[in-house]
Design a binder for this molecule. Structure first.
Ligand code: M6R
Length: 401
């Protein structure tokens, strides 16, 4: 049921904070978090013994994915196969797995992997990401990988497989022994929204679990990240409420627009790709996502006053860089839309419009920066009177290769 929303997609955008809360409780020890918020609760439970033993002072045990150590033992490499939006979530995951857990991570389109498989590497974890668990390309790639590894003589090459899915009961769940459930409930809109955020959250948990076991992050750093993740759902709730009407109004400006460019860098590059995919899928507007620094190597030739440029500029390591890439676009008369905190005078100067996001750590920012892009795609498509939930030529799960 749409519960009063005009489309399932909008309802699903609004459901994201709830999904993230469910995941946070499932992936990270809620008892520990309660104690950090209100230490007396912990005291009492220790005295009465009515609750499970209190969380240890260091981080082991805080991440509760319950994955066996055999998946992680002597890990040298991770490869991830996925399609579409799930592939974008995997790109965010790559950043986290490399930067936090220090494991070289390679992302493959499932449809390419099967026919150009990379040479087998030892001690490699293969992750399949698919919200439906039924995408034929992803299943075929994973099956092939499992088979070729099983027939290898050396134990170091044997399959280690992990699935990230919203449907553990799916074909993926039957193929792969270990699954991270993304807990997003049924998603009806063909354009993935809440399942994308949920996949990203699953990668935060996985990267923290790995970082913890490999000791690449200190216990205090892991705890601090978990606390900050816990702060996101109310921020995202407010963000959706504040931006929904504003973006609905803004969408009127793009009635005649036929091309959009999305720019991001670092962990927000995949969000630029995701923003462009959402817009293409449901509004049928041509859109491209680029790493902002790559624009000057070609795509900048596309720019003129008719091509809006959406730049994700999150305070942190790459903030100034993105702003200067945005300036380059502005110099070509592009209409500039910033996904950025509104309190920066510098940003106010550069952008024609600001889709304001709260300031959060750069490493956690994809979960907030994607929201205005989902809303932008939604409102433009809805204004054009298109079938937002069932766009032409697309199906919710693609079961042909
Ligand atoms: O079910 P999956 O996650 O495997 O689906 C993969 C893609 O088909 C899917 O993400 C597609 O790109 C969506 N329509 C994106 O909104």
């Amino acid at each position: 049921e749409k519960q009063g929303f005009r489309h399932f997609m909008l309802k699903e955008i609004y459901e994201q904070p709830t999904v993230l809360r469910t995941q946070l409780d499932a992936y990270f020890d809620p008892e520990w978090y309660l104690q950090t918020q209100n230490p007396t609760v912990g005291e009492r439970s220790r005295i009465t013994g009515s609750n499970p033993p209190s969380a240890p002072a260091s981080s082991p045990g805080l991440v509760q994915l319950n994955l066996p150590q055999s998946l992680y033992e002597n890990l040298e490499q991770i490869q991830i196969v996925a399609c579409g939006t799930s592939w974008h979530a995997a790109l965010v995951g790559k950043h986290l797995l490399e930067q936090w857990a220090g494991v070289p991570t390679f992302i493959q389109y499932a449809s390419e992997f099967r026919y150009s498989p990379p040479p087998l590497t030892a001690n490699t974890l293969t992750i399949g990401v698919t919200q439906s668990g039924e995408t034929a390309d992803t299943l075929a790639a994973l099956e092939m990988e499992q088979e070729r590894r099983k027939s290898h003589h050396s134990p170091a090459y044997q399959p280690r497989m992990l699935g990230i899915t919203n449907r553990p009961e799916s074909s993926l769940g039957r193929l792969i022994p270990y699954i991270i459930n993304t807990h997003a409930n049924l998603e009806v809109g063909v354009a993935a929204t809440k399942t994308f955020s949920a996949q990203v959250m699953a990668f935060y948990a996985l990267a923290l679990d790995l970082a913890d076991r490999r000791k690449t992050l200190k216990a205090e750093a892991i705890e601090s990240i978990i606390k900050k993740l816990r702060e996101l759902p109310p921020l995202i709730e407010r963000l959706i409420e504040e931006q929904d009407d504003y973006i609905g109004e803004l969408a009127h400006q793009f009635n005649e627009t036929s091309d959009f460019i999305f720019l991001g860098r670092g962990i927000n590059f995949p969000i630029a790709l995701e923003g462009a995919l959402k817009l293409k899928e449901i509004s049928y507007i041509h859109a491209e996502g680029y790493p902002a620094g790559e624009m000057k190597h070609g795509p900048i030739a596309l720019l003129d006053a008719k091509v809006p440029v959406v730049a994700i500029a999150v305070p942190g390591l790459l903030y100034e860089k993105v702003l200067s890439n945005a300036q380059e676009a502005k110099a070509r008369d592009a209409r500039l839309i910033g996904v950025t905190p509104k309190d920066s005078l510098e940003a106010q100067d550069i952008f024609n419009e600001i889709l304001a996001i709260p300031t959060v750590d750069e490493s956690l920012s994809p979960l907030v920066s994607v929201i205005p892009l989902q809303l932008l795609a939604y409102h433009i498509a809805a204004l054009r009177g298109l079938d937002v939930d069932q766009p032409r030529n697309l199906a919710k799960s693609v079961t042909v290769e």
